[in-house]
Design a protein around this ligand. Structure first.
Ligand code: MG
Length: 323
């Protein structure tokens, strides 16, 4: 069984695919890579700590999946195409079965995404995974938080709130097979890279929803010096989430679960009203749901209306009064 750092890297985390832009991969102090002409690099890093970012009982495969997805989601938020990652992993012990499962899932995802693992480091300590992900932006095109304009329409992909309910399930606060999709959403978020890249043609402003819609849209509004008015009833709710509200919330929608919890990893973006139809066309083509949930306003406040058309307040105060 591999025991030293070098043995672990060699056995489990050796380079898995050969992109022609990787000049030197392993066997030296650094990897050497060649970015494409006329491109900029988008660089992000995220750490997942056991017991903080995922429950300690989470499987090795799910941890591999999530640790890559959260980093790819940040690249998606900028419109970047993922290319290379490096991995720093801290392990409490050398568990061959855990390492085998983790590294196989990790490599499978990288192969699917045509991403190369270009560096690795292992240390001993409480389980934590840090990934550094690098993507390409062609011709200086990107989506940034500061680019929302008054009158823009606010969109969000997919559905929100599922991961929040998934967390309740894995914490044994609810036990219901009908909510299994929510656990999948918690453990295996899907970064929206393909859709984000196609948005770049006409969209300048996006963020990924990692800390909850209100918190993340709040970052956009602060950076863009504007506000937004949202119609929360326009947010798509999955069947599982509707089942949860029906059976565990007396058929009432708990909006805080939908907009003030994290781990959704959907994309929130703004486009000019004239480009709204292009958004739906793109989403249709890719089989992805998108919802127009509101509008950017000059008034620097984040106003939320509920399904009865009444202004929601009294929850997530910190988010609502961000300005
Ligand atoms: Mg982000």
């Amino acid at each position: 069984m591999a025991t030293s750092e070098f043995d672990i890297i060699k056995k489990y985390f050796s380079p898995s695919n050969n992109r022609s832009d990787v000049v030197l991969n392993g066997g030296d102090d650094c990897a050497i890579v060649t970015p494409p002409k006329n491109s900029q690099l988008a660089v992000t890093t995220d750490t997942l700590v056991s017991g903080v970012h995922f429950p300690p009982e989470t499987s090795a495969c799910d941890i591999a999946y999530k640790s890559l997805a959260v980093n790819f989601s940040d690249l998606a938020a900028m419109g970047a195409t993922p290319a290379w990652v490096s991995l720093a992993i801290t392990l409490p012990e050398v568990d061959a079965q855990w390492l085998d499962e983790f590294s196989k899932q990790f490599k499978t995802i990288l192969d699917e995404m045509n991403v190369a693992l270009i560096g690795g480091d292992t240390t001993n300590g409480p389980l934590s995974i840090t990934i550094n992900a690098i993507g390409f932006l062609q011709d200086g095109k990107s989506m940034q938080r500061s680019a929302a304009k008054v009158g823009d329409k606010v969109f969000v992909t997919g559905s929100l709130g599922d991961a929040a309910v998934g967390l309740r399930c894995v914490q044994n606060k609810v036990n219901d097979d009908a909510l299994s999709d929510c656990i999948t959403r918690l453990n295996r978020p899907e970064a929206r890279n393909e859709f984000a890249q196609s948005l770049l043609d006409f969209c300048d402003c996006a963020i990924d929803v990692s800390d909850g819609l209100l918190a993340d849209l709040g970052h956009v509004l602060s950076a863009s010096h504007c506000g937004a008015r949202l119609d929360l009833s326009k947010i798509h709710l999955s069947d599982a989430l509707q089942h949860y509200f029906k059976c565990y919330c007396e058929n009432k929608i708990d909006w805080s679960l939908i907009v003030a919890h994290g781990d959704d990893y959907e994309l929130c973006f703004t486009v000019a009203e004239t480009d709204v139809s292009r958004v739906y066309e793109l989403a249709d083509k890719q089989g992805l749901r998108v919802s127009c949930i509101g509008e950017i306003t000059k008034n620097k406040a984040l106003v939320c209306m509920d399904e009865r058309g009444q202004e929601v307040d009294g929850f997530a105060e910190g988010y609502l009064h961000f300005s």
